[in-house]
Ligand binder design. Structure first.
Ligand code: NI
Length: 222
């Protein structure tokens, strides 16, 4: 007849409640870090380095039309670094900000900027004719190249650069007042056309200039 035989085998109720709460917190922490790792791999940071080891190739051959109406291909830009940005001239906000950043960053580089060509590729070929592009980019920098093409040519180059874009119709039904939803990433491609890094639209001109300087200065002199 022992006292312990009559004691219930289980602990007090609060023990289970605390255990459940601790387990739930641990699960949330694990899920958080797992998602950071997963999305971090998908969306490399601003410097692009995290994505380099696993990133599939970005970029590829293209045939487009420049702001003077000339047919140009990727081969015409061989031998120089390229800062490639996809946007459109009717963009109210992000595109002009980014193109201003690019122009300012290149100005900060002085002579070294000659190794880099800034290129705007339109995602709105319907409205962005060579004439329209020429007027637009002249507001930012005399060295800026602007490219348009047929809808098929634009779709092909956007796919190669993994750029998303889509037409957003005007809510009032005006067929000419549509806007474009699009990725706002600036790619730095090397003289051979290989992806080096990218910049988000939040990058400042100072940051971009500093990073461009590092890349251009570390390049082997030919
Ligand atoms: Ni834009």
């Amino acid at each position: 007849m022992s006292e312990t035989q009559s004691t219930p085998p289980s602990g007090p109720r609060w023990y289970y409640t605390v255990s459940a709460v601790v387990a739930a917190i641990a699960l949330v922490i694990v899920a958080f870090f797992a998602s950071q790792h997963y999305f971090g791999a998908l969306m490399p940071g601003d410097d692009g380095r995290r994505g380099e080891s696993t990133a599939p190739a970005i970029g590829g051959p293209f045939t487009l039309t420049d702001q003077d109406g000339n047919t140009v291909t990727d081969a015409d830009f061989r031998g120089r670094y390229k800062l490639i940005y996809f946007g459109f001239t009717y963009c109210p906000d992000v595109c002009p900000t980014t193109l201003t950043t690019i122009a300012q960053a290149l100005d900060m580089l002085g002579e070294k900027a000659e190794a880099i060509v800034p290129i705007l590729i339109t995602v709105d070929p319907e409205r962005d004719t060579p004439e329209q592009l020429k007027m637009y980019v002249s507001h930012f920098s005399p060295r800026m190249v602007a490219l348009t093409g047929t809808p098929e040519q634009i779709a092909k180059v956007a796919k190669e650069y993994r750029v998303y874009y889509a037409k957003v119709e005007d809510e009032g039904g005006n067929p000419d007042a549509y806007t474009m939803d699009h990725s706002a990433i600036t790619y730095l491609m090397d003289p051979d056309g290989t992806y080096v890094r990218h910049f988000s639209h939040a990058t400042t001109a100072e940051q971009m200039a500093e990073r461009l300087r590092e890349v251009v200065e570390s390049a082997p002199t030919s």
